[in-house]
Design a protein around this ligand. Structure first.
Ligand code: GTP
Length: 305
């Protein structure tokens, strides 16, 4: 008995780009909900977070890779590794460029790396709301002269302009196959990780430049209560005592505000009451501790130091 070809299609699309290009914003706009956190600080996205869009017969699974940059510490290298691995595993690769910044040295080095990616590539010029048309066309021409992109999109992830066209193109170029996720599935992030990401976003939005981006949030306990509410216990790990003081703030005011903002948003996301408890702990040199990034879903490339 021969099997009928499936009439559904399904594929992975990696969003690759320099830090702050707008990958997380695009992902959120595509999925229509907040699956990946967005802040002004670079390197916010650590692991490969997936957003799933199902429309008609097609299902696209977007991989929001960490921004690729020149790595220094082991953690940084693991992040860059995760990003390129994401690109290598995907069916289609979307190269997101911050059109406002244009052809930076970072973008140039990424272009070199992209040459080795064999999957069909798309060029996505983002932040068109902040750039003149001539500048955009010039940038598009230069990038397309450098290598072959199957298609070029000019979008504003923030306003949503051009995002639907980009999504349609992805849908039309998916390989045939069964869906990986149920139709109503938006992200495969666990609830605990989602909760940690939300708190981390609030932390960075509030503290801006006072602590380095390497502060991390872990959900230690995530429990559904009898009444359907969630009890969430989290720890903010920082690398220095002085950072702990900043996160806690005078009379605990800063931490209280971060907690209140995170709780409000988590209640919206989970559509239930949330009891959130946040502690701050110092863990020195956590950026060099392999256990930490394993927990974040990052793998460190074997054999590299
Ligand atoms: N003007 C404008 N700003 C945008 C647009 N898209 C994203 N941004 C802003 O650019 C900044 C970075 O956006 P993110 O989505 O966090 O960027 P990212 O590429 O995911 O960053 P990493 O997680 O560091 O890799 C944020 O301040 C966004 O609000 C856009 O279309 N227009």
């Amino acid at each position: 008995m021969s099997e009928l070809p499936p009439d559904t299609s399904c594929g992975f699309v990696a969003l690759v780009g320099a830090p702050n290009a707008g990958k997380s914003t695009l992902m959120n706009s595509l999925v229509g909900t907040k699956v990946s956190i967005v802040t002004h600080k670079a390197q916010t996205t650590r692991a490969q977070i997936r957003g799933v869009v199902t429309e008609g017969d097609g299902q696209v699974i977007f991989i929001d890779t960490p921004g690729i940059f020149a790595p220094r510490r082991r953690l940084d290298r693991a992040m860059v590794h995760a990003a390129w691995t994401g690109a290598g595993d995907a069916d289609l690769v979307a190269f997101i460029v911050d059109a406002e910044r244009g052809l930076t040295a970072e973008v140039e080095s990424l272009l070199e790396g992209l040459l080795a990616v064999r999957h069909p590539k798309m060029l996505v010029l983002n932040k068109v709301d902040a750039v003149k048309r001539e500048t955009l066309l010039e940038l598009s021409q230069k990038l397309n002269e450098h290598q072959r992109f199957e298609a070029t999109f000019m979008i504003s992830a923030l306003r949503g302009d051009g995002v639907a066209d980009f999504l349609s193109w992805c849908m039309e170029h998916l390989p045939p196959g069964p869906w990986h996720f149920p139709e109503d599935h938006l992200t495969d992030l666990t609830l605990a990780l989602t909760a940690a990401e939300v708190t981390r976003e609030k932390l960075f939005l509030r503290i801006h430049d006072e602590i380095p981006y390497n502060a991390t949030v872990e959900t230690e306990r995530f429990q559904e209560q009898k009444d359907g509410s969630y009890r969430i216990d989290q720890v903010v790990y920082v690398s220095r005592d002085s950072h702990k003081k900043i996160v806690i703030g005078d009379k605990g005011q800063t931490l209280k505000a971060i907690g209140a903002e995170a709780r409000r948003e988590l209640m919206e996301i989970f559509e239930t009451k949330v009891h959130l408890f946040i502690f701050v702990k110092v863990r020195e040199r956590w950026g060099d501790d392999p256990e930490r990034y394993r927990e974040m879903g990052l793998e460190y490339p074997q054999g590299k130091k």
